[in-house]
Design a protein. Structure first.
Length: 401
């Protein structure tokens, strides 16, 4: 049986089924392993992990603890409650009109960030003025129709994750800020911070960044130093606002004070740092890496809800979910009719009834003629979210843009 327990309940002899944190938030080679000694327990507690999952069939049990099924049922109920609060995000451009622009922007953004990181490695100063037109373009695209650019955030190759992740965080922060009705100038600064939030990684050796094995304590500390390195690189750069610097400097802080580098807590973390932390974790855990599989977007949102008990502000997490949807654009879903499809657009009136492009029949296990289905206008409903890998479906072929 899989149980959720508090970190202080963890004892040697237990088998950890899931550390219940982001892959880059711990130095262990795997999220699942036997706890051999108290030193391992102490290290887990020190990392700021509040709750984790144990497998009682593989290790010692504990009397008190909810089953994984009970936790999932509670998270599903909370998602349904969030969906009842209707967002207000008027679409000004049809998806098909924005798709080509979004694709060009996404490609350009990845190239610019790659070149910027290369320049930093060569000791050159960051030229923010080269980035500003790109940021403006991404803000414009999200405001016209966010369903064109956001699904592209899921398209990451293993060899360009750092660059693609920065572009994704930028786009998601724009959607988040728009959903919270922040001023456009503030959203632009948020976007700039998102695009630059990991520039400090240019100062981290590739053998640490891309190591497909457990990081040593020294390597883990070095990896965490990318935050301070990024602030140093940007604090004297013209064109980098206070808001952008807060995004760069605080995106690994946590609401309960267990983050880094300054262990800030509660209101000591700026609103923009808190927003960046939520977006950074969401994109990281929903992305494919060489050494771990990304979660389906809806599962990643459930994790954010679960972690909002400690690490994130609960209201902000709910606002983020309403901003991008219960089934974010690009999510593979199975309908009650057993047909598979990818979410192509959100339905502003009901986050549980998006527009879906149907193309596969799970029951009969074969492709069917593609069809666009607006779930707000038919009887069919989403039965579950799915993994592209499970069904051996290439997301590049079916994602909206």
């Amino acid at each position: 049986m899989i149980k959720q327990i508090r970190a202080e309940q963890l004892k040697p002899g237990m088998y950890i089924h899931d550390l219940n944190c982001g892959w880059l938030d711990h130095p262990f080679i795997s999220n699942a392993f036997h706890v051999r000694d108290t030193a391992t327990v102490d290290k887990i507690v020190k990392l700021g992990i509040r709750e984790l999952y144990i497998d009682t069939l593989k290790g010692a049990d504990v009397w008190e603890g909810r089953t994984q099924q009970e936790v999932n049922a509670d998270l599903e109920r909370r998602l349904q409650e969030i969906a009842q609060k209707q967002p207000e995000k008027p679409i000004s451009t049809e998806l098909k009109e924005e798709t080509a622009r979004a694709r060009r922007l996404h490609g350009e953004a990845n190239k610019i960030i790659r070149h910027m990181m290369d320049d930093i490695r060569l000791g050159q100063q960051i030229q923010v003025e080269r980035v500003e037109p790109l940021v403006e373009g991404m803000v414009d695209s999200i405001f016209r129709n966010q369903d064109a650019l956001l699904p592209l955030a899921r398209l990451k190759r293993h060899d360009d994750y750092t660059f693609a992740h920065s572009v994704s965080v930028c786009a998601l922060l724009v959607a988040f800020g728009r959903g919270m009705k922040l001023e456009r100038a503030v959203i632009k600064d948020l976007a700039m911070g998102g695009l630059l939030h990991d520039v400090g990684k240019a100062r981290i050796p590739d053998q640490i960044l891309n190591k497909p094995a457990k990081l040593s304590d020294e390597e883990f500390t070095r990896m965490q130093s990318h935050v301070a390195q990024g602030v140093v690189l940007l604090k004297d750069s013209p064109g980098v606002s206070k808001i952008a610097l807060q995004v760069v400097g605080e995106h690994h802080e946590r609401f309960d004070g267990t983050g880094y580098p300054r262990h800030l807590a509660d209101e000591k973390i700026s609103l923009y740092g808190q927003m960046a932390a939520i977006v950074d974790v969401y994109d990281a855990i929903s992305s494919e890496r060489v050494y771990h599989k990304g979660m389906p977007p809806t599962q990643a949102l459930k994790k954010l809800l679960e972690w909002s008990s400690h690490h994130f502000d609960q209201q902000l997490v709910q606002s983020f979910i309403r901003a991008i949807g219960i089934y974010p654009t690009g999510t593979l879903v199975q309908l009650e009719s057993k047909r598979l499809g990818v979410v192509t657009e959100q339905n502003e009136g009901n986050l549980l009834e998006p527009v879906v492009r149907i193309f596969y029949h799970a029951g009969q296990q074969h492709y069917i003629p593609p069809e666009i289905v607006d779930l707000s206008k038919v009887q069919d409903r989403i039965g579950s979210f799915e993994s592209y890998e499970k069904w051996k479906i290439d997301p590049y072929q079916w994602l909206p843009a």
